[in-house]
Design a binder for this molecule. Structure first.
Ligand SMILES: Cc1ncc(COP(=O)(O)O)c(C=O)c1O
Length: 417
């Protein structure tokens, strides 16, 4: 088995190379939240410099207790024993796929790392279409069909991986869908991995987010982290909440054993940051709210631009992604030489200087004219610009933000005109 660089990371490096040669590119291809480091976090990091020991594999007690409190406040009563911290949620997601028996059921499209991790874990992947209005979850009836046909063919689908809120569609699956999926998981004896790394970035605080861990607690493991909500991707802080009870303990023990052979523990200074951030003192709560507000304002503006250009897209309600569908414009695009997701991605960057990630990289049909937009790098290139965007009453009125948004609108209008 060979592994190339993950397509989103490869695209990010490609954009950096082209920019270094002087090209002007609006980078919508990489889901990094480009916001300044929150000063209290940097202070905690410095204070944690003395933590030079390896520490316990699952995490230091103060960090695990803070993560347990974070879940408690989200309707998921949690004992610190159920928590494992790691350098990012990515390795935890891999450890889970290695620890859990059976094959993988995956919504289509889905974040581009799940499928390669399943292959590393030696699993078969059964993709199943997402509903019309939201992503991150399979359409429940489609899921049942997929399970039945996989079993008829002699396979053993046992893991359902969902993303709540979702990357790439920027949507939150409603409680009814989660309830139905939890019921199917019980009937079909599936374990649910619920990737909730975007949970704190829901635009409307009134949106109800129902984790499957609330309705099927005995069979759901939740992953989260600080990469997205606090824009700390490079600090690599992730956490998982395993089910309580003997089955959950077995999975946790297996995942912790794998962790001990791969990453040993979360870096000591990061344990200090995690203990502070997951405890959510009031200044962190305010910071999370300001970030969600900014992401929402910009993503929703881009949605309006797409809609104005006649492009089909689910309305984003969380995170910082959109997943436009240009399939209805296939005729117009064919005349431009665009015939599939790859040529669409290529022409957007070559002709318009707009970098997006093709749907094919997310497991979607390579022939479908769909791609993912990440709006999280539109807040400016300097820390000053990003801080202004975060604090502005109307970030859309800031010159540097408005310029990028105007270019996006113009590019899509011309592409589809
Ligand atoms: C859905 C999803 N899950 C997990 C991750 C990985 O996050 P981490 O930085 O915690 O490894 C990402 C990052 O892009 C993501 O989009």
């Amino acid at each position: 088995m060979t592994h190339g660089i993950s397509p989103n990371l490869a695209l990010d490096q490609h954009v950096a190379r082209r920019r270094s040669k002087g090209e002007s590119i609006v980078h919508l291809g990489f889901g990094e939240s480009r916001l300044p480091a929150f000063p209290p976090l940097a202070q905690r990091l410095a204070a944690g410099a003395h933590r030079i020991s390896y520490g316990p594999v699952a995490g230091d007690p103060d960090a695990r207790a803070a993560v347990a409190g974070y879940f408690d406040r989200r309707n998921l009563p949690t004992d610190p024993e159920q928590v494992v911290l790691a350098p990012g949620s990515k390795p935890l997601l891999l450890a889970l796929q290695l620890a859990l028996p059976g094959d993988l059921l995956l919504p289509r499209p889905a974040w581009n790392t799940y499928a390669p991790q399943a292959r590393i874990a030696g699993k078969k992947i059964f993709e199943t279409p997402i509903p019309q209005d939201v992503g991150g979850v399979p359409d429940p009836e489609g899921l049942l069909d997929t399970i039945r046909s996989a079993r008829r063919a002699g396979h053993d689908p046992r893991i359902l991986l969902i993303t709540l809120p979702d990357n790439p569609t920027g949507t939150v699956a409603p409680p009814e869908v989660i309830g139905r999926l939890a019921a199917i998981a019980r009937e079909e004896d599936l374990h649910i991995i619920s990737d909730e790394i975007y949970r704190d970035l829901v635009f409307d605080p009134g949106t109800v987010v129902l984790s499957p861990a609330e309705v099927a607690p005995e069979r759901t493991t939740v992953t989260t982290g600080l990469s997205k909500n606090l824009a700390l991707g490079g600090w690599r802080i992730g956490a998982a909440r395993f089910p309580s009870g003997p089955a959950g303990e077995r999975i946790r023990a297996e995942a912790t054993g794998l962790a001990s052979e791969i990453w040993s523990s979360l870096a000591g200074p990061m344990q200090e940051v995690a203990a502070y951030a997951f405890a959510e003192p009031s200044e962190v709560v305010l910071r999370l709210a300001a970030s969600a507000r900014l992401h929402g304002t910009v993503a929703q503006h881009v949605y309006e631009s797409l809609a104005g250009a006649g492009i089909l897209c689910r309305r984003p309600t969380a995170g910082f992604y959109l997943y436009p569908d240009l399939q209805p414009m296939a005729g117009v695009l064919r005349r431009r030489g665009i015939t599939d997701a790859a040529s669409l991605q290529q022409q957007l960057i070559d002709e318009f200087g707009v970098a997006v990630l093709s749907g094919a990289a997310l497991g979607d049909d390579p022939a479908a004219l769909r791609f993912r937009i990440a709006t999280s790098q539109l807040y400016g290139d300097t820390v000053e610009q990003q801080q202004l965007a975060l604090e502005a009453n109307d970030p859309l009125a800031l010159r540097h933000v408005a310029q990028s948004l105007a270019r996006i609108e113009e590019s899509f209008t011309r592409l589809c005109g």
